[in-house]
Design a protein around this ligand. Sequence first.
Ligand code: G3H
Ligand code: ZN
Length: 286
Amino acid sequence: TLAPTGDLVAAAVAAGTAVAAVNVITLEHAEAIAAAAETSGTAVVMQLSENAVRYHGGRLGPIAAATHAIATAATTPVALHLDHVTDDELVAAALEPPFVTMFTSVMYDAGHLPYGENVSRTADVARRAHAAGLWVEAELGYVGGKPDAVRSAHAEGVRTDPAEAERFVAETGVDALAVAVGSSHAMTDRTARLDIDLVAALRDRLPVPLVLHGSSGVPDDELRRAVAAGIGKVNVGTLLNVALTGAVRDALTDPRLTDPRKYLAPGRDAMRRSVDQVLATLRPLG
Ligand code: G3H
Ligand code: ZN
């Protein structure tokens, strides 16, 4: 069943854990995520990034409809999130029918912009998205003090400043904040080290849940520590793609193989197992 993103994050935080938010690129991704959620009876967020929409020719409709159908048919609560949106036209589309009732939240990503511009753009999106009934995530990782040093919030070494984050949330009215605490996107090995003290400092200071991006590169024990310190939504993508591609590569060693189902099915199973693993890591203790 489709469920509001904010409810899933709040329920996870209340249970002392974080909700897993998993990237969908193909139909098989969505099926794998749903299967893992159903097997363990866990609520999850399925998320479509602007990049994934671009991959599908810039057309949000078909992949959103497919993911929404899988989310709705799932036996556990599933939220549908539009992730890392930078394109104003895509934001506008998400706030209009039919998408406004398919998606339950949106992340507006202006984390690479200087603070002031990030605030004004994010505040505008948050106001419009709230009017449309959507939960809003934004990103802040720009390190204050160097107005010209525009850097990605998830570049190595970038950190979110707690005082700036507190101001950002107050000034934008967002429902959750993606923070830069040591992870970075698209890591294919799990070697990231997080600044757990910074997570705790941000949690103490902010009235909204914290979101960890680039969680594929974070080892399980480090992820558990980050969640215990205050992360409420854990975004995972690359982990599934490593599993998918590995399984497909293995299947394709048979040169007679032509039916795509013969290699996509093991790919989908491998993705389901990797989501199983993430859900197990995030399962509340006791
Ligand atoms: O928003 C999506 C996540 O941050 C995924 O990052 O692909 O590095 O796990 P990842
Ligand atoms: Zn991300």
